[in-house]
Ligand binder design. Structure first.
Ligand SMILES: Cc1cc2nc3c(=O)[nH]c(=O)nc-3n(C[C@H](O)[C@H](O)[C@H](O)COP(=O)(O)OP(=O)(O)OC[C@H]3O[C@@H](n4cnc5c(N)ncnc54)[C@H](O)[C@@H]3O)c2cc1C
Length: 425
């Protein structure tokens, strides 16, 4: 018998248990702790409170989310049963100070997002849309009265937020958005269409960005049930299947004047929110990359081919080492960026560089991890396939790799390459 034949029947060296219907259930590899990926000991730089919170979020994801998320993903349903448990973590609102929000530092918020994303990108996206986009819009651009009114129930997840900026005809060039807001007595009347809006099918507060009669963009909190506000879920997605992304139609939707965000004057104000949320998305990419690496490492230690664990093969070790180097690079960069954010030394190009770099690395790591799991890499049970699909959406939302590089490129060269020169013919 040659080596190929001797291993042809070798099973996966994982725990198998009968499901009761004769079909074996293969337990996925147990994911490792922070020490597996924290190669340069960044955890040592955290205080006890930060370490405890990070562990709490990790445990929540491992114990409450990972065991149930795949069927929801397959059915493209949002796991509403998780919302009260997510609320108990007390992390919604991330860095927002006061109004019932946790007021975390940028480093702490980043680690929370990393752990949410390591567990599942749909859950981290739901949390990001709610906290980093909807709540942050109100926190950065609302009046004190608006913050007091909207933020406390959102921090408790009793009210859920969404952020309606993108339109069917305006994604990257959303600065050209066409939805309109017209003042009529004590209300604004909104008309237009939005696309891709996460959480919008069930959200209580949807921040709609619309162009006023003065030509400037404003933010309007549309409350659930407003007549003329209609959503249609986007079906057939191959990424973030649990997230309910919607196409929104606004037909003469009346929004009380007190729901117009008080401190939005131009689109530049909207960009303040996008900077804050793009920073969070960068952390999501790091979390997803860690999930891929940890699963590939655990699998390689257990799966035998030619009679020995995959982890003992030189080429596998090379690939795992490259993944770990990339993750260490991302963690160090992102830790420093978080410090800069805490010190107020942030800029859109700095955040764009991070988002561009990590998303590209995370896509590569997850593709490599999927390959390393062989056929099992395409089965949801092993969790890499879901992350690999989901990272595609992370690449696109908040601006693609290309768009981030144009932001950095404009900063370092002084040339704006977003809009091409006029055609020569
Ligand atoms: C899963 C998901 C969730 C989302 N959630 C939300 C949400 O909650 N709220 C919300 O408002 N939006 C949301 N979005 C929208 C998201 O921000 C947009 O999809 C994104 O900005 C890209 O816009 P687009 O899809 O219209 O692509 P386009 O802008 O049409 O871009 C298509 C391609 O052209 C490239 N491109 C565009 N301009 C240039 C240029 N100047 N030079 C070179 N290349 C260029 C892009 O990089 C991309 O590769 C979500 C999107 C997805 C996929």
């Amino acid at each position: 018998m040659n080596a190929m034949q001797s291993t042809a029947t070798a099973g996966i060296d994982l725990v198998t248990v009968g499901s009761g219907n004769g079909k074996p259930v293969v337990q996925p590899p147990v994911l490792g702790g922070p020490e597996h990926t924290d190669y340069f000991l960044l955890n040592d730089l955290l205080d006890d409170e930060q370490r405890a919170l990070r562990q709490k979020v990790r445990d929540f994801m491992d114990q409450e989310v990972t065991p149930i998320i795949n069927p929801y993903w397959e059915r493209a349903e949002f796991p509403h049963e998780l919302v009260p448990k997510l609320a108990q973590l007390g992390v919604m609102g991330f860095q927002i100070q006061g109004h019932g929000c946790p007021g975390m530092s940028n480093v702490t918020a980043g680690l929370v997002i990393l752990e949410l994303a390591r567990g599942d990108l749909s859950i981290s996206t739901f949390s990001g849309v709610h906290s980093a986009l909807a709540m942050t819009s109100i926190a950065l651009l609302g009046s004190e009265e608006q913050k007091d009114r909207f933020l406390p129930p959102m921090a408790r997840l009793e009210k859920i937020g969404a952020f309606g900026l993108t339109e069917p005809a305006h994604g990257t060039d959303v600065v050209k958005l066409e939805t309109t807001a017209r003042r009529d007595g004590d209300a604004y009347v909104l008309n237009g269409h939005k696309r891709w809006i996460g959480n919008a099918t069930f959200a209580d507060y949807v921040i709609i960005w619309a162009r006023g009669e003065d030509g400037h963009v404003g933010g309007y909190v549309v409350e659930k049930g407003a007549p003329g506000f209609e959503t249609e879920v986007i079906t057939g997605k191959t990424a973030l299947r649990c997230v309910q992304n919607a196409q929104i139609s606004l037909t003469d939707v009346r929004v009380p004047a007190e729901n117009r965000l008080a401190n939005v004057h131009t689109f530049r104000d909207t960009e303040k929110v996008l900077l804050a949320s793009r920073y969070c998305v960068a952390w999501e990419a790091v979390g997803a990359a860690i999930a891929g690496y940890e699963t590939a490492l655990a699998y390689a230690k257990q799966r035998k081919q030619f009679g020995i664990p995959l982890a003992a093969f030189q080429l596998i070790q090379h690939r795992l080492s490259r993944m770990l180097a990339d993750i260490t690079d991302m963690l160090c960069m992102q830790y420093r960026l978080s410090q800069l954010m805490d010190e107020g030394k942030y800029s859109m190009p700095r955040v764009a560089l991070a988002k561009m770099h990590y998303t590209e690395r995370a896509r590569a790591i997850l593709a490599d991890a999927r390959d390393m799991l062989g056929g099992n890499g395409i089965i949801l049970d092993y969790h890499v396939a879901r992350h690999l699909c989901d990272i595609e959406a992370i690449d696109t939302y908040e601006g693609t790799d290309t768009v981030q590089s144009l932001i950095v490129g404009r900063d370092i060269t002084g040339y704006n390459a977003f809009v091409p020169m006029a055609p020569v013919h």
